[in-house]
Write a protein of this length. Structure first.
Length: 153
């Protein structure tokens, strides 16, 4: 279920709130290959299933930056904003890739509001941690603190 906030005050009050999880999705070789085409990163560990099978992970693994990019898919599934005039992606902080995401792995996003502070022009800057969980793994594939600036009506 998506958490919905409709004001600066509501975002400020959400600090420390767990946002829950998204549905599971499967990391496919097609998604990895498409990312490789878009970025020009064709390293064998990502795109050569035969060679990767004999490599350190026993299979192709998703690019770390592909796993990071999925934060952009998961974030709006975890949090939404009513009465929003504008929202801007400010950046990220504390990016880590604790475990590889293998082809065929099921992953999902978990969210938590870490901090929020009022900014000029009556906006709010919010930090939401997105953890990309790997089904059956003790370690996530990615943990990133996303930073957004929001302006409400």
């Amino acid at each position: 279920m998506t958490a919905v906030f409709d004001s600066t005050a509501a975002v400020l009050d959400a600090v420390g709130r767990e946002l829950g999880t998204t549905e599971w999705m499967t990391m496919t070789q097609q998604r990895i290959d498409t990312f490789a085409e878009a970025t020009g990163d064709h390293q064998w560990i990502h795109v050569d299933p035969v060679r990767a099978a004999a490599g350190p992970f026993g299979a192709c693994v998703a690019h770390g930056y592909l796993t990071l990019a999925l934060a952009n898919l998961f974030l709006p599934q975890l949090v939404g904003y009513d009465r929003l005039k504008a929202g801007v992606n400010v950046g990220t902080d504390r990016l880590r890739f604790p475990a590889p995401v293998k082809v065929g792995a099921r992953i999902r996003g978990r969210g938590e509001v870490l901090s929020a502070e009022a900014v000029k022009d009556e906006g709010v800057q919010v930090v939401v941690r997105i953890t990309v969980e790997i089904e059956g793994s003790d370690k996530p594939g990615c943990v990133v603190d996303t930073i957004s600036r929001l302006f409400f009506e």
